[in-house]
Design a protein. Structure first.
Length: 168
């Protein structure tokens, strides 16, 4: 099993756009999102990943086949904290492993790979109703950090749901 995590080039934006449609479809049972008049969900921040130097689009491949993506950016879910004190954290804006490739350790491999590539403070958030994601991230972060992380239930203008925070 060979897992690759690569920064998506601009020429791969259409691939990411297509995978985002699958992701948003899967996620629609949790957030109630509907398609637009063209039959698409769309992702309004996609172009920013090739313009904003603090956003990073990654493609995931398993044995050379597309298996998912991760969108990582700088930011915080805690705007009330002094940004000079905490700096900007790494956030996983979106994380998707296609159903065919789930429960094979790919998500764990990718998360650890991203943590190693981008050292610093991390804030990983899940919506309140996504218990499967909460279980996944608590285990991955707990194993990676040796249990050295905190979890806060955030309810502010930036986010509503649990956020795990750790430094690597």
């Amino acid at each position: 099993m060979k897992i690759e995590v690569s920064l998506a080039g601009y020429q791969e934006k259409i691939i990411l756009r297509n995978l985002l449609e699958l992701y948003t479809y899967d996620f629609s049972e949790l957030d109630g999102e509907d398609v637009d008049e063209s039959g698409l969900y769309g992702y309004r921040h996609l172009d920013h990943y090739w313009i904003d130097p603090e956003r990073f689009p990654f493609l995931i491949r398993m044995n050379g086949e597309l298996a998912g993506f991760a969108l990582v950016r700088r930011g915080t879910y805690f705007p009330e904290l002094d940004s000079s004190e905490i700096g900007l954290s790494w956030l996983i804006a979106e994380f998707f492993v296609m159903r065919k490739y789930r429960r094979q350790g790919i998500g764990t491999f990718v998360a650890r790979d991203l943590f190693e590539r981008l050292p610093g403070r991390w804030e990983i958030a899940q919506i309140e109703g996504n218990t499967e994601a909460q279980i996944f991230w608590r285990k991955v972060i707990g194993d990676y950090s040796g249990g050295n992380y905190s979890e806060v239930l955030v309810k502010n203008d930036c986010w509503r749901g649990p956020v795990q925070v750790f430094n690597n």
